[in-house]
Design a protein around this ligand. Structure first.
Ligand SMILES: *Cc1c(COP(=O)(O)O)cnc(C)c1O
Ligand SMILES: [Zn+2]
Length: 416
């Protein structure tokens, strides 16, 4: 029996055979892959998972590919770090950082979705992969295409950070910089997908891509000793990750692998300059209003999120909430996580930390509850964001007199 039974519309329930498609022909709702739960529940146990490799593929039985992974075999199983110092500041005794800033190989959670999508692209028989990206997806598709021997075409808005551009070009891909914002890039790619017959990982392969994100949730639960946390704060772009983490917890619970069920409340975090999801949640609106992005948090600057409705629905159903922060606040968030926990995250992570601080101040977390922050990307890729906010190193001559003089200046004394 195959592991995957077909696809199903999340909105109207219409079913489709398994194929590289992502929207329902009847209602334009997003499609999801249907796992064969009868087969899956026979195979999966805590033991079977714990005996697996130290990567996202320890959950292979729950990832919608048929054969063994062929791309990205070392992705995932990143540290879940107990954040004692930051916790103290926020008044929380059980604060954790799920740290995908150190995900292998391209330092963001996107390696999870790409490993899944490219393994599936190979199963569908594609030799060319593509994506529309706000940066991290570009890095990851380029790297995994190189590893997997795919041709690749990657489309980005022209004004991305240097680190994201170099971190794509280095893998030898076809990088196409589009004079427009992400939503315009994405719209063009949706048309190109049909024309050229490429596997667009976040368009026609989106249902498979999205389920790669479930592993972020599986890992949190396993690393907490097989229990789901009380709260998870997640940065939202297209809106996929937040709902897939929640889906991951609920699947483990359905398999009877969790102690204490799924008490988890999910929180959406966005930058104020691009906040269609958080605005809708805070206004208790049924639908989100697309926005024109204006924020330095480029990686999550999607004004018309493909899974926006799913994200809003997930946050509501879970009893969570949403917040957004200014660019100034997100820069403070980056510095706060670095100076308390020694973790350098990118702009999206700064948003997550700053939003968590707001939510804590609103009294949304009990002090002993387990709170997890989804840190999804690495600060070395978005250095522009903090470059002007960190001061400069102190320059001295290579002798002790010069050192002594420097140590006597106010600036160094303050920092000792
Ligand atoms: C893509 C991305 C996100 C958001 O992912 P979605 O699933 O599109 O909501 C969050 N953080 C970082 C760093 C990203 O690159
Ligand atoms: Zn439908």
């Amino acid at each position: 029996m195959p592991k995957t039974l077909g696809m199903k519309c999340r909105e109207c329930g219409e079913e489709y055979p398994l194929a590289p498609i992502h929207v329902c022909e009847l209602c334009f709702g997003p499609l999801e892959v249907m796992l064969n739960w009868e087969e899956v529940s026979k195979k999966v146990s805590r033991k079977s998972i714990e005996a697996g490799p130290p990567s996202m593929w320890r959950y292979h039985d729950l990832i919608p590919v048929e054969g063994p992974p062929t791309v990205g075999l070392n992705v995932g199983f990143t540290p879940l770090v107990k954040a004692t110092n930051l916790g103290k500041l926020l008044g929380l005794n059980n604060l954790y950082i799920k740290n995908d800033a150190v995900n292998h190989p391209t330092l963001s959670f996107k390696d999870r979705v790409v490993a899944t999508a490219l393994t599936k692209a190979r199963e569908f028989g594609y030799d060319t992969v593509a994506c529309a990206s706000t940066g991290n997806l570009a890095n990851s598709v380029a790297a995994h295409a190189a590893e997997g021997g795919f041709k690749s075409y990657i489309f980005i808005p022209f004004d991305l950070e240097q680190g994201k551009i170099l971190g794509t070009l280095v893998y030898g891909t076809n990088l196409i910089s589009v004079n427009g914002n992400y939503d315009e890039v994405n719209r063009m790619c949706a048309e190109a997908g049909g024309k050229y017959g490429w596997a667009f990982v976040n368009i026609n392969l989106r249902p498979f891509y999205g389920d790669g994100s479930k592993t972020f949730g599986y890992e949190i639960a396993e690393q907490l000793g097989w229990r789901a946390p009380h709260h998870v704060v997640v940065p939202c772009a297209g809106g996929s990750l937040v709902s897939k983490i929640y889906k991951g917890f609920n699947e483990l619970d359905r398999l009877g692998l969790l102690d204490g069920g799924v008490p988890t409340k999910m929180y959406a975090a966005q930058a104020l300059g691009c906040s269609p999801i958080t605005t809708a949640i805070k206004n208790k609106a049924e639908i989100f209003k697309p926005q024109k992005p204006n924020t330095i948090a480029r990686s999550i600057a999607i004004g018309n999120p493909a899974d926006g409705h799913v994200a809003i629905d997930t946050v509501r159903k879970s009893g969570g909430w949403a917040e957004d922060v200014t660019d100034e606040e997100l820069i403070d968030g980056i510095k706060l996580l670095a100076s308390t926990e020694g973790i350098f995250t990118e702009t999206a992570g700064g948003v997550t930390v700053a939003v968590a601080r707001k939510l804590a101040a609103q009294g949304r977390f009990e002090k002993d509850e387990i709170v997890v922050l989804a840190i999804t990307g690495n600060g070395l890729k978005t250095q522009e964001a903090v470059a002007e906010h960190l001061g400069k190193p102190v320059l001295i001559q290579p002798n002790l007199t010069s050192l002594e003089q420097a140590l006597n200046t106010e600036r160094l004394l303050q920092s000792v």
